[in-house]
Ligand binder design. Structure first.
Ligand code: FE2
Ligand code: FE2
Length: 470
């Protein structure tokens, strides 16, 4: 296990002290990051005392320290998972050869692009969520939001480290740009569309952390397979932190479902208007939010048929999540039956890897739905939550712009447009959800639209004052 040196300005386990040039470059970027955090991070809570976990080692047993800190004092650092001795490339045309400790010249711009695209999502999500603190349903939830925010900030550090350490001047320029683009900005938006959607209510946050952070998990898993070893090690440690973000989404949506079912029982009806009048999120509205965020996140996997993904795999830059679960790691002979609007096509497997990833992502998404549907079934209701078809509301790939309903059925354009807000939140659905968002900041108290969590953080009680506001 490699410990982390906290006596330095930038906590790290990459021996920064032995590379003065790199250390100076990162220490030069550090105040820019802090300015960004203060300007674009959680608004109005910089002085609050927050119960946060901080990475202190990369050891699977006990990598985190919990304590109270103000967010600007969080120790953002650079932590790579321990190297695996004699690690070999696990897929693609160079399979079996030693992994790379430096960037091969021919892959330099592609690798830089992959790292920048991943890096861009991290601060983007902090920006998307910056106003949410004002409407927190409880101090427990507020703390979880801030935990996610500081860790997304650390994920930015993780990518900026790679840019500075391995990409010279281009990398340093990209690191500055990562702070210059902003979510939803008209002139300099974030790179990916989903990360420009505002997240202005907590139902959206729970959907985002369930669906979009899970896309993050899949991207990190595929980069963790990379032949570029520093990228692999960086992503492996990021996945440890990422798990909590998806936990917030899964338990958040479970708690919303639980509360809705309680309210339905109290008022003796599942009539959505009455459920709303009683201050809970009716299940059809929950379904619409799921449809919105799931379909938006599905676009993040990219084109169904992609020569980039083929090249990235063949060259060893980006594998499939959990590459070892597959038998064929070269894929030169395999094909994939791809459904397109004009029928099924046989596509070389290498060109279908975005779709392969999208399919395994959707399977992972099903797990939460099964759990929430069990709650609904146990409460005696016939309603079931479902995932939208991967063809629904796509803006990228072969299904982009196709009038398809959430079941995957092709409709006429007119019917699709007429019915779209039966499937995703309308302005009035959003206004209703917003009307529920009232700040609850008394220890142990919780908003009426969401059930309390089953347990607190790090064995503390749910009533613990996770955020002390001043
Ligand atoms: Fe992240
Ligand atoms: Fe995340």
């Amino acid at each position: 296990m490699s410990g982390i040196n906290y006596s330095e300005k930038i906590p790290n386990n990459v021996n920064l002290v032995n590379d003065r040039t790199l250390q100076r470059a990162l220490e030069h970027w550090q105040p820019h990051f802090l300015d960004w955090w203060k300007g674009m991070g959680p608004s109005d809570f910089q002085g609050a005392d927050v119960y946060l976990r901080t990475a202190i080692s990369v050891d699977a047993q006990g990598w985190a320290h919990y304590g109270v800190t103000k967010m600007p004092d969080y120790r953002w650092g650079i932590f790579l998972a321990d190297p695996q001795a004699e690690r070999k490339i696990g897929f693609g045309d160079q399979m079996g050869q030693p992994v790379w400790q430096q960037v091969p010249g021919e892959y330099r711009s592609t690798l830089r692009r992959l790292i920048v695209t991943q890096g861009d999502t991290e601060p983007a999500s902090v920006e998307q969520q910056r106003l949410l603190g004002h409407t927190c349903p409880s101090l427990y939830d507020l703390r979880n939001l801030f935990q996610i925010n500081v860790e997304e900030g650390r994920h930015l550090w993780a990518m900026v480290y790679l840019l500075h350490a391995y990409f010279g001047r281009d990398g340093r320029e990209e690191a500055e740009e990562l702070l210059a683009r902003h979510s939803g900005d008209a002139d300099k938006p974030r790179i990916l569309t989903t990360f420009n959607e505002p997240i202005s209510d907590w139902l959206s946050l729970f959907c985002f952390t369930y669906f979009t952070d899970r896309d993050g998990k899949y991207q990190l898993k595929s980069l963790a397979e990379s032949a570029f070893d520093p990228l692999s090690r960086t992503c492996r440690f990021m996945l440890t932190e990422e798990a909590h973000h998806m936990f917030v989404g899964e338990t958040g949506l479970g708690r919303v479902t639980k509360r809705t079912l309680e309210v339905m029982k109290e008022i003796g009806t599942d009539d959505p208007a009455k459920v709303r009048a009683a201050g809970a999120v009716d299940l059809p509205t929950l379904q619409k939010y799921i449809n919105f965020w799931c379909s938006s996140s599905l676009d993040l996997f990219g084109n169904e048929i992609s020569s980039n993904s083929a090249a990235n795999f063949a060259n060893g830059l980006k594998g499939r999540p959990d590459e070892t679960q597959y038998e064929d790691h070269v894929l030169r002979a395999a094909t994939f039956k791809m459904a397109t609007p004009s029928g099924t096509e046989d596509v070389p497997m290498l060109n279908a890897l975005n779709e392969v990833m999208r399919e395994s992502y959707l399977k992972d998404c099903e797990i939460g739905l099964k759990r929430w549907n069990r709650q609904i079934e146990r409460a005696g209701h016939a309603f079931r939550l479902t995932l939208p078809s991967s063809r629904f509301r796509r803006t990228i790939g072969t299904w982009a712009g196709q009038p398809v309903d959430p079941q995957g059925k092709m409709l006429s354009k007119e019917e699709y447009e007429k019915r779209l807000y039966e499937w995703i939140p309308s302005a009035s659905d959003r206004a209703f959800v917003h009307s529920l968002m009232q700040k609850v900041a008394t220890p142990g108290k919780i908003a009426g639209w969401v059930a309390p969590p089953d347990r607190g953080i790090n064995n503390l009680p749910v009533e613990y004052e996770y955020v002390k506001l001043h």
